[in-house]
Ligand binder design. Structure first.
Ligand SMILES: [Fe+2]
Ligand SMILES: [Fe+2]
Length: 430
């Protein structure tokens, strides 16, 4: 048995999620055979001794433990193991010198200054209707076929994410940022709509943008009929006063563009209230760093002039503090191209593909705190065991991101917002 793929997935001010897998050694390029074993985690302050905080004999191959009751801004060490065998780091971002998984330590986050205001959930890349997951390169075994009981893995991942958001994460507004369907087929769109309607009302409980997989055909557009028309921008005001500017960045089946009429709308919306704290979302990332570091290459991205123009417009609106994208299926903080930019740029990982889940963006008067979460449903985790092996096993190394891509705090003046009368999530309360 190999006890491997150790990840410190989530670090909040008072909790952490640690995951690993147990399996046989891998031969060839397929999915290695899972080996089920128990789940044990010992943890303690870095200067103290370890104490067993989780010991679950239920045999499983994908192990995930959420430890609560920690102190903000404190360093902890841990030992994750299965049947006494310690879990080791294997994925590229976890093998960097000094990473949490190398040193078996992490530091809980310190919330930004000021009062808690509200929380927004971010998810993308669900691909309802998809049958194989990962990049398909002809007959090469690059993509992963689900088990017969996992053929609905996009629904499993979306439903379990929405389930956790409802029951465990305070039921926040969810931004579903594109590639909601695999091919914009009526039954795919209907299923997505049904799942989201179970969560809340459009533009109140959830907001959707279109991704390249949801692109319209010459004479039909089920996505547009059910969700929002092609190349239509949306502005949503959260009860906190937060403005969400959701822009359709799609063009065809891969790359993206923004059309002149959309620019007019974006500029007039931002100019009408430039200081209002604003979250901008497009399915395609808008930085050159994102475009040039993605394995799919820059032709799969928003056109270069549009990337720059959007960043320029955002740099002229002091309230646009964050621009979130999906599309690359990876978790990554990107550098802005304009040296004077005040906006942060983030690529959010896919919901339905490894690492699999959603992010929570917690707003405070003095900034924001962001955490990536996996759904807790065992069926979702069983699927992620397989999904990890997409692109001949390479995908996970590229998609997971660093701990600080998935969990970080940014200070920014959001005092123009007011508390949305939501209770602060438990993990933010020391
Ligand atoms: Fe996608
Ligand atoms: Fe996409």
């Amino acid at each position: 048995m190999v006890v491997t793929d150790l990840e410190v997935v989530t670090i909040t001010p008072t909790s952490a999620v640690i995951a690993w897998t147990t399996r046989q050694s891998r031969f060839g390029v397929g999915v290695p055979q899972p080996v089920t074993a128990g789940t044990e985690l010992a943890l303690g302050p870095v200067e103290g001794s370890l104490r067993v905080v989780h010991d679950d004999p239920i045999p499983r191959a994908f192990h995930m433990v959420e430890v609560t009751g920690l102190e903000p801004g404190r360093r902890y060490r841990f030992r994750a193991s299965s049947n006494g065998q310690q879990a080791h780091a294997a994925l590229r971002p976890t093998r960097r010198i000094g990473s949490c998984e190398q040193v078996n330590e992490f530091t809980t986050l310190t919330p930004p200054p000021g009062d808690y205001l509200t929380t927004i959930a971010l998810t993308n890349d669900i691909h309802i209707g998809e049958k194989r997951q990962g990049i398909v390169l002809g007959s090469l075994p690059t993509s992963v076929r689900p088990h017969p009981d996992q053929v609905d893995y996009p629904q499993i991942m979306l439903a379990s994410s929405l389930g956790d958001l409802t029951t465990r994460r305070g039921h926040p507004l969810v931004v579903v940022n594109g590639d909601i369907t695999y091919a914009n087929q009526p039954h795919e769109v209907a299923l997505a709509r049904q799942l989201l309607d179970g969560y809340g009302k459009q533009n109140d409980g959830w907001v959707v943008t279109r991704g390249n997989h949801d692109h319209p055909r010459r004479d039909d557009d089920p996505f547009g009929d059910v969700f929002v028309g092609y190349q239509r921008n949306q502005t949503i005001l959260d009860p906190s006063g937060l403005r969400i500017l959701a822009v359709d960045s799609t063009r065809g089946s891969g790359g993206g563009w923004i059309v002149p009429d959309q620019y007019d709308q974006i500029m007039s919306e931002l100019a009408s209230d430039p200081h209002r704290p604003t979250l901008a979302v497009t399915h395609h990332p808008v930085t050159n760093e994102a475009a040039w570091t993605s394995i799919s290459g820059p032709q799969f991205m928003l056109r270069a002039p549009d990337r720059l123009r959007l960043q320029l417009i955002e740099s002229q609106a002091p309230g646009v503090f964050l621009h979130v994208a999906g599309h690359t299926h990876r978790m990554r903080r990107d550098r802005a191209d304009l040296p004077w930019a005040h906006t942060q740029y983030l690529e959010n990982a896919a919901c339905a593909a490894y690492p699999g889940g959603f992010s929570l963006l917690h707003l405070y008067t003095g900034g924001y705190l962001l955490n990536f979460w996996r759904p807790s449903d065992p069926d979702a985790l069983d699927w992620l065991y397989r999904s990890r092996w997409q692109v001949m096993g390479l995908g996970a190394h590229l998609m997971l991101g660093r701990t600080e891509d998935r969990n970080h705090v940014v200070e920014f003046d959001l005092s123009g917002l007011m508390p949305a009368r939501r209770e602060a999530p438990a993990e933010l309360q020391a």
